[in-house]
Write a protein that binds this ligand. Sequence first.
Ligand code: NAD
Ligand code: 89Y
Length: 340
Amino acid sequence: MLRGGLIGCGFFAANQLHAWRDQDGAGIVAICDTDPARLGATGDAFGIAARYTDAAAMLAAERLDFVDIATTPPSHRALVELAARHGVPVICQKPLAATLADAAAMVAACDAAGVAMMVHENFRWQAPIRALKAVIDDGRIGTPFFARFAFRSGFDVYAAQPYLAEGDRFIIEDLGIHILDVARFVMGEAATLTCRTQRVNPAIRGEDVATILLGHASGATSVVDCSYATPIHDELFPQTLIEVDGDRGRVRLGADYRLTIEDRTRIEERDASPPLLPWAERPWHGIQESVAAIQHHWVECLRAGRAPDTSGCDNLRTLGLVDAAYRSAATGRTLDVDPR
Ligand code: NAD
Ligand code: 89Y
């Protein structure tokens, strides 16, 4: 069994610990949090006896096959570099870092140490999004030329994650990062980006609305629009609505996971709802299932010696779009991004 150590026992880590319990051939044998109360409560809830308030102490004392970092971004670089120094493969939550320079240094540290690195960029692992991608890969709509990726909500994310209201940056760095990654996954790399941001909720510091236009290297265009300021009666959080037009048809992931595939002759509707895992809770279940899926991918890749789909190196491209989005919003310019 692959022995994992989890660092950060906060809000989202509970999902990761539940999902690790169900993974074949891997599990969490030690946990760490600087907050002793959180550490104790999590250790008791998941029956994990090896508990540390210092990640360096955990890495020194435990024989680990990987670490899973579920802390907030300010600690990510030091913790990834610590794992690299110990030669231990590492998963790190998104956003990998607040700056591209920090993220690139983290990727370089893992490369130099020869350790595998994956960013926990789980949205592209959501079952409905993979179902939509499979339709495109099957050639059902021909060559895609336009897509829209919409995440519009009024859900109170600040209740469970109060830090989201406190930073100078919010929705692009926290949520838009997932949607930009999904746009890359579905439509390929972007070559240009234009972004406008707004802050509608006066009680928070950062932007809670972002509208982004991507020009893809393929020549296709995508709109990525995100809002946490949209009062909606039928709240869809945390669903991403997607539509992709191709030269032979159209595929849409609509509300409540309705997948609609159409061409000039017929229209087909499918239920693409994510499974509700035994420990999952609506409305988070689609995200929770994607946590299990990305962990499964990590275990397969680690065993095969393969780079994960959302390796550190891959994720620099998503982070590059986040960085470009903030720069475009600040300057009002359309920016070239590196589509390699
Ligand atoms: P949180 O504040 O609830 O939990 C973070 C925990 O890390 C806290 O208990 C804190 O004490 C601990 N911690 C901080 N620095 C530490 C260190 N150096 N060593 C050990 N422990 C340390 O945060 P959260 O809401 O759980 O978010 C954690 C991360 O997960 C963030 O990066 C967030 O963006 C991400 N997240 C991802 C998803 C997703 O779908 N992928 C969803 C929600 C949150
Ligand atoms: O932190 C965010 C994430 O990664 O997914 C949804 C979220 O919890 C709030 O925007």
